[in-house]
Design a protein around this ligand. Structure first.
Ligand code: 13P
Length: 249
């Protein structure tokens, strides 16, 4: 059975005091589902968050990392550095990284390799822009993002890959893909995986939806058969809202 996952991507929000306050509020929440719960605070607060949440139901994960082991990459953080503070999962390929930091499929393939080589789990993000969808090219775009960054991997690697479909037009806009649009794309993604790796692998990979998931729409989106959870931005910054989404399965 593939896992249900709800991950909160805090993006560049919350300083140390705000991180501590939100974590306290999260610790007061009760999980009523089997979903795995993760939060991705900003890099400066990962260690604090890890310690505050050790032994709880919430895993602390990173928003990004560099592909190199170490060296002259000013400002960057490696997989080993994340591992050394207890962080074993990393989000890669978020559309904001692609858009503002020029991350390409080719670069992301190297990051994925580096994370997997260290035994980390990767939440790999991709999704089309509005113009792509208007032109009817959403499947072509998503298919090529997945193939370019992931299809050099062997089948076993997918045990440590979670996919996150995040249509760019639905991120932070309040506009969400309809449950049917999400289901259609997730089914396409799973079929794309099955073509390359077979049904057994495709059936085991969790595919999350991200883009304006809120307590009010989570249940309907998560009810779709190929939607295995969510990557949550804005609503993850409020403990009540985030757990309402966690408990929406
Ligand atoms: P919002 O939930 O704010 O639309 O953000 C989604 C997202 O980008 C999660 O990574």
């Amino acid at each position: 059975m593939r896992k249900q996952i709800v991950a909160g991507n805090w993006k560049m929000n919350n300083d140390l005091a705000q991180t501590e306050a939100l974590i306290s509020a999260l610790k007061n929440q009760t999980k009523t589902t089997d979903a795995e719960v993760m939060i991705a605070p900003t890099a400066t607060n990962l260690w604090q968050a890890y310690n505050a949440l050790k032994g709880t139901q919430i895993e602390v994960i990173a928003q990004n990392m560099h592909f190199a082991e170490n060296g002259a990459y000013t400002g960057e953080i490696s997989a080993s550095m994340l591992k050394s503070i207890g962080v074993n999962t990393v989000i890669l390929g978020h559309s904001e990284r692609r858009e503002y930091f020029n991350e390409t499929d080719e670069l992301l393939a190297k990051k994925v390799d580096a994370a997997l080589a260290k035994g980390m789990r990767v939440i790999f993000c991709f999704g089309e822009e509005l113009a792509d969808r208007k032109a009817g090219k959403e499947e072509a775009v998503v298919g090529s993002q997945i193939k370019n960054a992931l299809f050099h991997l062997n089948a076993a690697a997918f045990q440590n890959i979670v996919l996150a479909y995040e249509p760019v037009w639905a991120i932070g806009t309040g506009e969400t893909a309809s449950p049917e649009q999400a289901q259609d794309m997730h089914a396409f993604i799973r079929a794309t995986l099955a073509d390359k790796y077979g049904n057994d692998i495709a059936d085991e990979v969790s595919i999350l939806y991200g883009g304006s998931v809120k307590p009010a729409n989570a249940e309907e989106i998560f009810s779709k058969p190929d939607v295995d959870g969510g990557l949550i931005g804005g609503a993850a910054l409020n403990a009540d809202d985030f757990f309402a989404i966690v408990n929406a399965f």
